[in-house]
Design a binder for this molecule. Structure first.
Ligand code: KIV
Ligand code: NA
Length: 278
């Protein structure tokens, strides 16, 4: 199996085939997402929240993104990988934007990058596309601007706001983006954008009309802490509970000396371990 291409991703919209996207941040999450058949892996700067423990995505650095993208690329060699450009990595100058986007591809081995923003960043998007860097747009609730937006608010509620979002989506399409993420957008506004664009929309909290859906790994698995109940998330496992339970059993086994037992112990004649060790 080969990774998807942006041509095939755009074709999926024409074929009315939903596009499945999930975040991953490291080797095991990438491996499992690929084995499960995900279409696209997003190395989201949500890693700031769910793997690094920050309150927002703002502290996430280029070095963080490169490091995690590399690990994902090692785990998912047959999956199309999009990597987030973090806060302030595409606002200073076109030169910095290009250098940073290039790092995610050359050092991180991403196939594409994602930038938050609409018409105001269309020039940065165009600069990347011109350089051979595929870009996924991201509008609606853009978490890197949370302090400017005044909170995690649903976007596109008024006709005027919906029109602004549509204008932004069209500016991104015009600039050469191969798709647009719509985050926390009302279903009617997301539906209008989806039917007005030739490139796919990937929704998160944007209702049923988008061409694809994206969710955060830790959210669908209930692996994030603290577990916030989010209306737009569907959970498919409670991995956090499973892990906590397993660790507490391990602790109890050590305390009671139930582990290790004879089968875990070496005799002088034991052969070398196959499969390596850390
Ligand atoms: O960082 C992320 O995980 C994202 C998705 C929520 C779209 O940007
Ligand atoms: Na993000």
């Amino acid at each position: 199996n080969k990774p998807l291409t942006i041509t095939k991703i755009k074709q999926m919209k024409s074929d009315n085939e939903p596009i499945s996207v999930l975040t991953a941040y490291d080797y095991p999450s990438a491996t499992l997402a690929e084995e499960a058949g995900i279409d696209i892996i997003l190395v989201g700067d949500s890693l700031g929240n769910v793997v690094l423990g920050y309150d927002t995505t703002i502290p996430v650095t280029m070095d963080d993104m490169v490091y995690h993208t590399r690990a994902v690329a090692r785990g998912a060699r047959q999956t199309f990988i999009v990597s987030d450009m973090p806060f302030m990595s595409y606002h200073i100058s076109k030169e910095e934007t290009l250098r940073n986007a290039a790092r995610l591809m050359q050092e991180g081995h991403a196939h594409a990058v994602k930038l938050e923003g609409g018409a105001e960043i269309a020039e940065e998007v165009y600069a990347c596309v011109r350089a051979g860097i595929p870009v996924l747009g991201h509008i609606g609730l853009t978490p890197q601007s949370v302090h400017q937006l005044g909170g995690y608010k649903i976007q596109g509620k008024t006709e005027q706001d919906a029109a602004r979002l549509l204008h932004d989506a069209k500016a991104l399409e015009q600039a050469g983006a191969f798709g647009v993420v719509l985050e926390l957008v009302t279903e009617p506004a997301a539906g209008k954008i989806t039917s007005s664009l030739s490139i796919p929309t990937i929704g998160i909290g944007a209702g049923r009309k988008c061409d694809g859906q994206v969710l955060v790994y830790h959210d669908i698995l209930q692996y994030a802490s603290p577990y916030r109940n989010k209306k737009f998330v569907k959970t498919y496992a409670n991995v956090g509970q499973t892990i906590r339970h397993a660790i507490s059993e391990y602790v109890a086994d050590v305390k009671s000396r139930a582990f290790p037992d004879e089968s875990n112990s070496f005799e002088p004649q034991t052969e070398a371990l196959s499969g390596g060790i850390y």
